[in-house]
Each structure stands twice: as C-alpha cells, then as structure tokens.
Ligand binder design. Structure first.
Ligand code: NAD
Length: 352
C-alpha cells in the first residue's frame, strides 16, 4: 500500500485529496492544526471535516501538527517516508495576509520549505505536489486589454483567448502579501525540482471549490456566495461592477490531476490549475446561477473600491496540463459544482 502525506487535510482540497487517494487504496497521513479557525474565526473551523474523515476512512491517520514546526515536520516525514506529499496547508486569503504578515509568510513560505527539505533529507524520489495560486502573477493579468460585456469582463487580446498561460510574468506587479509568500513557496518547489532533481510541481490555482469548503467572506468564492444567498446575508462586491471573472474547479478534479501527476511525475513543473474558460463566471453570473437553483434573490452591496491586487478577469489556460496529461480533463461543470454546494449548505442548514 502506498503512503501519502497530505497537509491541510481538514480543508477543502486536503480532504478531497484524502478521500480520492483513500478510495484508490493509499494510506493517508493528514497534517492539520485547524489554523483556518484561527485565521477566520468559528466559521472557518474545519474540525467537522476532520471528524468526517476520521469516522469514514479506515486508512486515514490524523497528525495534529503545525507545518511551521520545523523539527516536528522533519521528524514526521522521516518516520513516514511517504511515496508522495500533497501540500495543501496555507494561509489562503490575500486580504488577511496584510493583517498577519508574519503568520502568512511563516506558514506559506516557511512551512513549504520545511516540507521540501524534510522530503529531500529522506529521499529525492518523494513526489511533491504544491498547491500554489494564480496570485503569484500579481495583478499582471490586469494589463491585458479587456472588453466589457453585459455581465462580465473578457480578454480583448486574442493571444489570451484560451486564458492565462504559465509563461505570464510573476515579476513587477502587485501581488498582495499572500501572493508574495505563495510566490516564495512556489519558487522553492520549482527549485527543489530543478536543483535536487526531485519530482515536484506547483499548481497555480484559480478558485478551488466544492461542498466541503468552510466558505468565509475572505476566502471561498462560490461557497460563501451560496451561503449568503441561502441565509439572505448581504454579499459585498468589491469593485469592477461585479463583472470580475474567476475560473472555478471542483476539488475532485484537482485531486484527479494530483493522482495523474503522482503516477507519472515530472521535475519542477508549473501548471495553471483552474476550471478554464468553460467553468468561469463573474460574480453577477454566479448570483444568477445560484438564484435559479435556490429560488431566492441574492442580497448584495456594491463597494466602489476593488480588493488590492485583485484580478479583473482571470481564467487558466489548461493546454499545457492537457498536453502533459492527456487522460486528465475537467469532469465537473460549473453548474454541477454549484448544485453540490447549494445542496451541501441546504443540508447543513436543515440539520442545524
Ligand atoms: N480555495 C481556493 O480558491 C484556492 C485558490 C488558490 C490557491 N489555493 C491554495 O490551495 C491550498 C488549499 O486551499 P483550501 O481552499 O483547501 O484551503 P483551506 O483553508 O480550506 O484548507 C487549508 C487547511 O490547512 C490548515 N492549516 C493552515 N495553516 C496550517 C498550519 N500552519 N499547519 C497545519 N495546518 C494548517 C487549515 O486548518 C485548513 O484546514 C492552499 O495552499 C491555498 O493557498 C486555494
């Protein structure tokens, strides 16, 4: 039986990866210290998800550990000697990073280095998949010529008709402190691939989503939007007329890609990892889709000021990923994903 160490295993992607690999007969070691509750308060608490995994998965072991604990991480990786590490633990919000810059950097950059070095000291054959972010590009994508459509922004420049490729610069733009700390982690992951010839890759993610997200205003676009709709809470739109575009990908499709990479790994790779144009929507379009499913109008408030460094239009060019892994593609459409999120929140509300 192969072994995978999953950090952030109680979160959206960590739990999705845990379930996916478990179903394929891997032994899972999860590392999570519920820091999401510390970052976002009780609504960010992921213990419910840990409880679910512990109850349902017999080959899952939880390790209550902080990835900033260097000695702890070195010891755990040495003890487990896993076949793969999937690194999903993070401070994930660009707005929160400005309030807690040291915690943001220590988790996103320091924690990533702890895991990479722990891995290298045990074996340079351990597959290492890092969940990075499209914020490593900073606001450089905002320099692309855009056109304003009735409900969304889109690229005017035909060079970006398929979305943002991995060749987009990560330099000389505004990232948010979160984007900067994630860029540091991203570069380290690439460097361990190239310098030490380790099988590593960075997934530069758009909006990752699914029914297991503990969505809050500062993180978890569709999950939080649906929650606001169902609870008739006011959803704040920050700038860009609500036409800002995000590409959304279901956690299952992320896990499927990670498994494909773990089976045939490459060194120091980078992939843009969102739902692509087919799964993209603006905030206004997400309101309309959600309203059609719940029958309730979205209550919202428009704030003139956009979030610092926020993308106006972003969807991933998935062609590199598809060419390296032709067996992989998106399987969950945007409407299917949204349906699952609506159902999950309705279930939570029904059961208190
Ligand atoms: N969700 C998105 O839309 C999105 C977009 C781009 C990138 N990403 C990246 O994908 C990864 C996973 O995101 P997610 O949405 O599953 O996040 P999440 O917040 O749902 O899960 C992260 C988990 O990591 C844990 N954690 C945080 N700090 C920790 C620490 N110091 N030690 C141990 N555990 C810790 C949290 O408690 C949480 O359970 C992150 O690296 C994030 O930056 C996510």
């Amino acid at each position: 039986m192969k072994t995978v160490l999953v950090t952030g295993s109680s979160g959206l992607i960590g739990s999705g990866v845990t379930e996916y690999f478990h179903a394929r007969n891997w032994k899972i070691h999860g590392v999570d210290n519920n820091m999401r509750a510390d970052f976002f308060g009780p609504e960010g608490d992921t213990r419910w998800n840990l409880g679910r995994l512990s109850r349902e998965l017999k080959n899952f072991s939880h390790h209550e550990m902080d990835i900033r604990n260097r000695e702890g991480v070195l010891g755990l990786v040495k003890e487990l000697n896993p076949d793969a590490i999937v690194h999903c633990a993070a401070q994930p919000s660009h707005d929160l990073a400005a309030k807690r810059p040291f915690d943001d950097f220590d988790v996103n950059a320091g924690g990533t280095l702890n895991l990479l070095e722990a891995s290298r000291r045990v074996s340079n054959q351990i597959v290492f998949v890092h969940l990075s972010t499209n914020k490593v590009y900073g606001d450089a994508p905002n320099r692309i010529a855009l056109k304003e459509l009735p409900t969304r922004w889109d690229y005017e420049d035909p060079a970006y008709a398929n979305g943002i490729p991995e060749s987009m610069t990560i330099d000389q733009s505004k990232h948010s402190l979160f984007g900067a700390s994630k860029a540091a982690g991203d570069i380290f992951v690439q460097e361990y691939g190239r310098y030490f010839e380790m099988p590593t890759c960075c997934l530069r993610c758009g909006c990752l989503t699914g029914p297991q997200h503990s969505g809050v205003e500062l993180h978890g676009f569709l999950s939080y939007l649906v929650k606001c709709n169902l609870e008739q809470r006011t959803y704040n739109i920050f700038g860009y007329k609500g036409k800002q575009v995000r590409d959304n990908i279901h956690a299952l499709d992320v896990a499927r890609f990670i498994a494909a990479f773990a089976a045939v790994p490459r060194q120091g790779e980078v992939y843009n990892r969102g739902g692509g144009k087919q799964n993209s929507c603006s905030i206004l379009e997400a309101f309309a889709l959600t309203e059609a499913m719940t029958g309730q109008a979205q209550v919202f408030n428009s704030v003139d000021q956009n979030r610092a460094g926020d993308h106006i239009c972003y969807y991933s060019d998935l062609r590199k990923m598809r060419s390296h892994y032709p067996g992989w593609d998106i399987t969950k459409s945007l409407t299917q994903t949204l349906r699952e999120i609506v159902d999950a929140w309705q279930m939570t509300r029904a059961h208190g």
